[in-house]
Design a protein around this ligand. Structure first.
Ligand SMILES: [Zn+2]
Length: 266
C-alpha cells in the first residue's frame, strides 16, 4: 500500500497523507474550516468547560489538590491534562483589574486626603506636610487598584526565589518552582477577586480583614507546596509553613520598598 501526499499543512508546510487527522510535524488539525460565529462560540465554550483541560476543571482541581496539579504538570509531564498555567494567570490578572475597576477596594473605603484636610493643625507647615503624606497614601492605593498586574507579576519571581532557596535539596529547579507559583498565585488571585475584594468594603476593620486574607494565603500555599514537593524526599508540613511565611514576608518587604519608591519618585 503506498501512501500519497495529498496536500501540505497550511501551518508548517509538511506534506500530509489523506488519512491524517493531525499534522505529524506541528500537530495542527487537517480538518480546517473558515471561522464563523458558531465556531468561535463553540471554541470559547469549550475552553471554559472542557472536562479535561478547561479553565473550570483547572480551578476545581486547584481547589481540591493544588499541589497534585502542579506536580503532575511540572514534574510528571502531564502537560495536556491541565489548562496552560500562564494563560490561566493572564486571564486572572485581567479579571483582577476588571473587579478592582468596579469595586475600588482601597480607594472607596478610605479617604486619606479628605481626612487630613479636615483636621486642625498647629502650623501651616505641619498641615502641608500631613497633606503631602495623605496624597502619597492615596497614590499608593490607586496604584494597588490599577496596577494589580504589575504587583502579581513581580510577586511571583520573588516568592519563587524564597522557595527555591529553602527547598534547594528537593531537586526542583527555579523554573519548576516558578510554574508552581504561577498556578498557586493564579488561584489565590482568583479567590481574591471573587471573594475578598467584593467583601472588603463591607468590613469596618480593615486590618482584621487583611489578616484573614493573609491567613488564607498562608494556609493555601502551605497545603499546595506540601503536596507539590516530590513525595520521595523528606519534608514536613511545619517546614513548608515556615517557608511560606518566609516567602510572604520577603514579598511584603519588597512590595513595601517598591511602594515607597513609587510614592517617593513615581
Ligand atoms: Zn504542520
Amino acid at each position: 500500500m503506498s501512501l500519497t501526499l495529498v496536500k501540505q499543512c497550511p501551518n508548517c508546510r509538511t506534506g500530509l497523507e489523506s488519512e491524517y487527522n493531525y499534522c505529524p510535524a506541528c500537530g495542527q488539525t487537517t480538518h480546517l474550516h473558515r471561522f464563523n460565529l458558531h465556531h468561535i462560540f463553540h471554541e470559547v465554550f469549550h475552553a471554559l468547560t472542557h472536562a479535561d483541560k478547561g479553565v473550570i476543571h483547572l480551578v476545581k482541581e486547584l481547589t481540591i489538590r493544588p499541589g497534585v496539579v502542579a506536580r503532575e504538570y511540572i514534574l510528571e509531564g502531564k502537560r495536556k491534562k491541565y489548562f496552560n498555567p500562564f494563560t490561566f494567570l493572564v486571564l486572572i490578572v485581567g479579571l483582577t483589574i476588571f473587579v478592582n475597576s468596579i469595586v475600588h477596594p482601597y480607594t472607596r473605603s478610605s479617604d486619606p486626603v479628605g481626612q487630613a484636610a479636615g483636621r486642625e493643625y498647629r502650623t501651616e507647615q505641619e498641615r502641608q506636610q500631613k497633606l503631602k503624606v495623605a496624597e502619597r497614601i492615596r497614590t499608593s492605593q490607586q496604584f494597588l487598584e490599577k496596577r494589580g498586574n504589575v504587583i502579581i507579576f513581580l510577586a511571583i519571581p520573588i516568592v519563587t526565589l524564597t522557595f527555591w532557596l529553602l527547598f534547594f535539596r528537593s531537586g526542583v529547579n527555579y523554573a519548576e518552582h516558578l510554574v508552581a507559583q504561577v498556578f498557586f498565585t493564579g488561584y489565590y488571585s482568583l479567590i481574591t477577586s471573587l471573594v475578598f475584594t467584593p467583601l472588603r468594603p463591607l468590613f469596618p476593620n480593615a486590618n482584621a480583614f487583611a489578616g484573614t486574607q493573609i491567613l488564607f494565603q498562608l494556609v493555601y500555599i502551605t497545603f499546595a507546596y506540601y503536596q507539590f514537593l516530590p513525595p520521595n524526599r523528606p519534608k514536613s508540613v511545619f517546614r513548608v509553613a515556615l517557608a511560606t511565611l518566609a516567602a510572604l514576608m520577603t514579598w511584603a518587604v519588597v512590595s513595601f520598598a517598591a511602594m515607597y519608591l513609587y510614592i517617593r519618585f513615581g
